[in-house]
Design a protein around this ligand. Structure first.
Ligand code: IMP
Ligand code: MG
Length: 206
């Protein structure tokens, strides 16, 4: 189904944008005038589905969920409660986009894992897979510790932006090249606490 506003939308993203008026938000724009791409209800439904799939794949074994700070925090909190497994949390932090919508390109580890992941089942949890630089870097780093398994869960995927060849094992929504904020994702550190995922336009008043 074509989307007038975003002709390159995948069907899922297009439907989500069109359905957003059915939710508690009752509008395609939130209280700040930002355009809603996925409502909190749509996110919750998809996260529940992802959790059920991961529960199935974990197959009763233990799991270490590794969140990438800061953007993955809300997603990890919700996803973990949708997974039925004996799970622990760890977190890493990498250099981020900086002040704006453009990536510096370089990835640097700011905070390492607290515990060794050797011999463990690891689920890396990330808000968005964009160029793939961050997850490629982290996957290589983590694999040096010889985990039993390593899988990647991302809420959003922007395949058209990929520089590094990497795919996630679990993807919430595949989206076109839009800059999004909310549900953990930021623009210059702001908007992470928006309950819905919104589109950041360059002309949005700051
Ligand atoms: P990468 O380009 O795949 O390495 O992604 C690096 C980081 O950029 C991700 O962890 C996100 O936090 C951030 N990022 C990428 N696209 C967006 C976006 O549309 N909004 C907010 N953050 C983004
Ligand atoms: Mg991030």
């Amino acid at each position: 189904m074509p989307c007038n506003k975003y002709p390159r939308f995948t069907q899922g993203a297009c439907r989500a944008a069109q359905r957003s008026s059915d939710t508690r938000c009752m509008a395609t724009h939130n209280y700040q005038g930002l355009e809603v791409l996925y409502t909190r209800q749509q996110i919750a439904e998809r996260v529940a589905e992802m959790g059920a799939q991961i529960t199935h794949d974990v197959n009763g074994e233990k799991l270490v969920m590794v969140g990438i700070l800061k953007g993955a925090a809300p997603f990890l909190a919700d996803l973990s409660r949708a997974i039925q497994a004996d799970a622990t949390f760890d977190f890493v932090a990498t250099s981020s986009y900086g002040q704006g919508q453009r990536s510096s390109g370089a990835v640097k580890l700011i905070k390492d894992l607290d515990e060794s992941i050797e011999g463990k089942n690891v689920l890396v949890v990330e808000d968005i897979l964009d160029t793939g630089l961050t997850l490629s870097y982290l996957r290589k780093l983590f694999m040096q510790q010889n985990p039993k398994s390593l899988r990647i869960a991302v809420l959003l995927d922007k395949p058209s932006r990929r520089i590094e060849k990497i795919e996630a094992d679990y993807v919430g929504f595949s989206i076109p090249n839009l800059f999004v904020i909310g549900y953990g994702m930021d623009y210059a550190e702001r908007y992470r606490n928006l309950p819905d995922i919104c589109v950041m336009t360059l002309d949005h008043p700051e």
